[in-house]
Design a protein around this ligand. Structure first.
Ligand code: EPS
Length: 373
């Protein structure tokens, strides 16, 4: 089983990830992780913080001579902005922002200053998750599994689905969407939100290819791959909905228009449709995984909403902090990392192994058996 914990605050010294359960023998370099950290920092509509930070990871344990040893891997990302914050005498924040962790956070932990909540609740933490996901991605790549995502909607502007798979165009796009016309309209909406002191959300889609059948299990609710993916993605800041395959649309149709018929050819079972998003009975079925997540607009808005002061209980306007106007592409990159983690976890559950060689022989034996079924 692979597990990880992150620690660190948005304006603290650093973010830390401790990742356990990665088999020994995996080639791992900092460049691989940094490439993903760089991707997370991109996207139209980001706030001022992204021009301060240049996220890079330091590997401080679990890797020797460029290979994992099987021991917990510790990754550190320094916050460049920390030097600007460490000696600041800041007044307490007492005006909770609707939509943020502020109010429930101070009530739950008995705190007086919202800053004690927001420092950890901030999506800055997702950098640490992307670092963990980058290692998981590297492991999955050894077996041909790849994960990629793209933005399908920003501020209600929807991209044309047929254009969305073009990976080179996605990489070039300011909003991780290959539909140029939609991208321009999305940018206009982000600009409008900026002028109005507002923020926007959106939807991103994630795909995982070359996933073998049988990851996850129907035998227990908590082993179901769809449950694990949904849990991971709902754990991402600002995510309010997750769909797999047709998702909510499936509920509207007759069964005959939903379920993917089974065919056999070239020594494998296959489907001509993929409405189930590659998961049946809580297990991967060998087709591409298709997952969508909906992100609400960023909670900090510079034309603030009504709130109540924690001390005086008088009506006030909510606090305004530096923030992004749109962070959907960053959430998409983090979503890829989350899917990588959940798949690597399900993969090592299935194929086990303390070292890559063991995982590999178990994987090959399984694929051979499945092919002969
Ligand atoms: C973020 C860093 C943060 C925010 C944002 C995400 O930096 P700062 O607070 O210094 O501007 O830009 O997080 C939020 C606004 C939030 O409320 O979660 C990052 O690195 O992605």
């Amino acid at each position: 089983m692979i597990k990880f914990v992150t620690s660190g605050e948005s304006h603290g010294k650093c973010l830390i990830t401790v990742l356990e359960g990665i088999p020994a023998g995996l080639t791992l370099s900092v460049e691989h992780i940094d490439q993903e950290l760089f991707r997370r920092q991109q996207g139209y509509g980001r706030g001022g913080r992204m021009s301060i930070e240049k996220d890079t990871a330091e590997i401080v344990s679990g890797v020797r001579t460029g290979k994992t040893t099987g021991a917990p891997i510790t990754l550190i990302i320094n916050n460049k902005d920390w030097v600007n914050w460490k000696d600041r005498k800041l007044p307490p924040i007492t005006m909770p922002r609707p939509g943020h962790a502020d109010l429930a956070g101070v009530l739950k932990y008995g705190l007086k200053d919202i800053r004690d909540v927001l420092e950890r609740a901030s999506a800055r933490e997702t950098a640490a998750r992307v670092a963990a996901g980058a290692v998981c991605r590297k492991l999955l790549k050894e077996f041909g599994l790849e994960i990629f995502g793209y933005v399908t909607e920003v501020a209600g502007i929807t991209a044309v689905p047929s254009k969305l798979n073009q990976r080179a165009a996605i990489n070039r796009s300011l909003l991780m969407t290959a539909d140029k016309k939609a991208e321009n309209a999305m940018i206009k909406e982000i600009e409008r939100a900026k002028r109005n002191g507002d923020s926007v959300g959106g939807v991103f889609e994630l795909k995982a290819i070359n996933v073998p059948p049988g990851l996850g299990s129907y035998v227990s609710w908590s082993s179901r791959l769809d449950a694990r993916l949904a849990c991971g993605l709902m754990g991402l800041q600002a995510i309010k909905g997750v769909e797999i395959g047709l998702g909510f649309e499936a509920a509207k149709r007759f069964g005959s228009r939903v379920h993917d018929e089974i065919f056999y050819g070239k020594k494998r079972f296959y489907r001509k449709t993929n409405n189930c998003g590659g998961i049946e009975g809580g297990m991967s079925n060998g087709e591409t995984l298709i997952i969508r997540a909906a992100m609400k607009p960023i909670a900090t808005i510079s034309s603030p909403l009504k709130s109540v002061d924690l001390g005086t209980k008088k009506a006030v306007k909510a606090a305004v902090e530096r923030a992004d106007i749109c962070a959907v592409p960053a959430a998409c990159v983090t979503g890829e990392a989350i899917v990588a983690f959940e798949l690597a976890n399900a993969f090592t559950d299935k194929f086990g192994g303390d070292c890559l060689m063991d995982v590999s022989s178990s994987y090959k034996a399984y694929i051979k058996r499945v092919r002969n079924t």
